[in-house]
Design a protein around this ligand. Structure first.
Ligand SMILES: [Zn+2]
Ligand SMILES: [Zn+2]
Length: 320
């Protein structure tokens, strides 16, 4: 279960791609790096999917995505279920909005065409089925009209989403007209990064956390397991530390898992989140796993993360 060959990637997403030329052309994919993948779809770098290579539909844009998957496999499962709602076992056949569009020559149901409504309705459904609804997923929208369509759809559905799912929006600050923002006065502030370009693609958000755990494990200050109270002998097992600032609560990974699962322990294998026994703050299992995978399998990544950042010249300094 903990055999990690590489550290868990900082980000993994399942995205909705839309042709800016023909908005009805939609595509679903998954990637740890949305800006790079978008370049691939647009033919700016190698490796795009064949279905998006028709140049008359380019350029493509990402109008929304889901992040926060507990790992790559989880994201791939979600992508598959969203791409194949007509056959996905995650979606009960009675609540399927998309039904198979006839059958292929081999007898398998043909995948129906995606429409924005079918994607959003299936997304809403998937976020409510037991296999996915426990995950602390984030839903991002980068186009106002897609977010609006989402809200409209939510109004028509009686069942709300779990409150562990966050809905975030980040729209083009230049408004709808891109030309306006390009020709804006160069004296103005550098254009704010938005949408997929503002997502954290590296481990930078974990810098404080990793600095803390490094000082604990390097100086063998593990102490006693905050769950079972046994002494944690340095280097003798897999331990994880609370991600909350100022809390050094450390425990056996199996103890954390049991503690976070709590009452769910009989039905579920993977914990999602819970309270730290020491500081009582919220702890998300994926965060523990990410830090542990970096500590054990990510020597290079940690070196890069903790390297002193090069001092950037501010405008005031460069004017001197
Ligand atoms: Zn323990
Ligand atoms: Zn804590």
């Amino acid at each position: 279960m903990f055999a990690l060959s590489k550290p868990i990637p900082p980000l993994y997403t399942v995205y909705i791609l839309r042709s800016t030329v023909r908005n009805a052309s939609l595509y679903i994919g998954s990637t740890p790096n949305p800006p790079r993948r978008l370049k691939q779809h647009n033919g700016e770098v190698k490796g795009g999917a064949a279905r998006t290579s028709r140049s008359k539909l380019r350029p493509w844009e990402m109008v929304g995505l889901v992040s926060g998957f507990p790992g790559m496999v989880a994201a791939l499962k979600f992508e598959w279920a969203l791409t194949n709602p007509h056959v996905s076992l995650h979606i009960p056949s009675t609540s399927r909005i998309s039904t198979a569009a006839g059958r292929k020559r081999n007898g398998r149901p043909r995948r129906p065409r995606h429409t924005l409504t079918s994607i959003l309705s299936n997304l809403h459904l998937l976020l409510r089925v037991p296999s996915f609804s426990r995950w602390p997923l984030n839903l991002h929208f980068f186009a106002p009209e897609v977010h609006e369509a989402w809200n409209k759809w939510c109004d028509t559905v009686d069942e709300p989403l779990r409150d562990t799912i966050r809905v975030l929006t980040d729209f083009n600050p230049g408004g709808t007209s891109q030309r306006d923002s390009e020709s804006s006065d160069t004296e103005n502030e550098v254009e704010r990064l938005w949408g997929i370009h503002a997502l954290p693609l590296d481990y930078a958000p974990m810098r404080t956390y990793v600095t803390k755990t490094q000082s604990i494990y390097d100086f063998e200050r593990e102490g006693d397991c905050i769950v079972c109270k046994e002494h944690l002998e340095p280097g003798k097992g897999l331990y994880a530390t609370c991600p909350n600032t100022d809390c050094e609560g450390t425990g056996h990974i199996s103890c954390w898992s049991r503690h976070l699962l709590g009452k769910e322990a009989d039905e579920e294998i993977i914990p999602i989140s819970g309270r730290c026994p020491k500081c009582k703050g919220e702890v998300v299992w994926v965060d523990l796993m990410k830090e542990m995978s970096l500590r054990i399998r990510g020597v290079k990544e940690v070196e890069k993360l903790l390297k002193k950042p090069r001092k950037r010249k501010t405008r005031a300094e460069s004017n001197i």
